[in-house]
Design a binder for this molecule. Structure first.
Ligand SMILES: Cc1cc2nc3c(=O)[nH]c(=O)nc-3n(C[C@H](O)[C@H](O)[C@H](O)COP(=O)(O)O)c2cc1C
Length: 185
């Protein structure tokens, strides 16, 4: 049987991103038979623009190449995991932009009805919970089947450790991935 594929979208583009490390941790702790792959092209997406979104009007998607790559990765995935910090009390622009591209064609986006979980961490004492709640809301409106798991990590709780070296976080991320793939039909 082929692996269950989980597409990971990371909301921070910086090289030393802790959220990226959490997404990589998800790949490491995923159960056998589950492949978690971080999508590498979020920085290449243009801002959403209906004028360049050919999938809205045509059967074949002639949107810009980075958009076609994102939609293809989403179409190929069985589930999605968003790992994001909070920026100014909300969803980082790279994630919101990806949501907008993935929401079209309207009613038939590439993540339509696929299970999706939102986790991540931030410096603030609530761990980015506003961003996580808003990402859930927006991806739900965009057509994904957002599952009810919550993991918003205030970075001070990591006590300076890398995510992979933090036993409780590793267990929590393993739990999230397990619950996510349990939703794959
Ligand atoms: C533009 C910007 C806005 C931010 N706004 C918030 C915020 O609203 N809440 C918060 O907890 N942290 C905020 N932060 C701090 C981030 O939590 C911190 O930069 C974190 O390390 C980002 O995650 P990363 O390590 O994956 O890049 C902000 C950071 C930036 C750069």
């Amino acid at each position: 049987m082929s692996d269950i594929k989980v597409l990971a979208l990371v909301g921070s583009l910086r090289a030393e991103s802790i959220n990226r490390r959490i997404a990589e941790l998800a790949a490491d702790v995923a159960p056998d038979g589950v492949a978690v792959t971080v999508f590498e092209g979020l920085a290449d997406l243009p801002f959403y623009n209906e004028d360049i979104d050919d999938a809205v009007n045509t059967a074949v998607d002639h949107a810009p190449d980075p958009v076609v790559a994102l939609r293809a990765a989403a179409a190929d995935a069985d589930a999605a995991l968003v790992v994001t910090p909070e920026y100014n009390g909300s969803v980082p622009a790279v994630i919101k932009n990806a949501i907008d591209w993935l929401s079209r064609p309207f009613g038939n986006g590439a993540l339509k009805d696929k299970p999706l979980a939102v986790i991540g961490g931030s410096l603030g004492r609530f761990g980015g919970v506003w961003a996580h709640d808003e990402t859930r809301k927006s991806f739900g409106i965009a057509g994904a089947r957002v599952i009810d798991v919550k993991l918003s990590v205030p970075f001070q709780t990591l006590e300076g450790k890398a995510p992979a070296d933090h036993a409780e976080l590793s267990a929590n991320v393993r739990d999230v991935v397990g619950k996510l793939v349990a939703e794959v039909s």
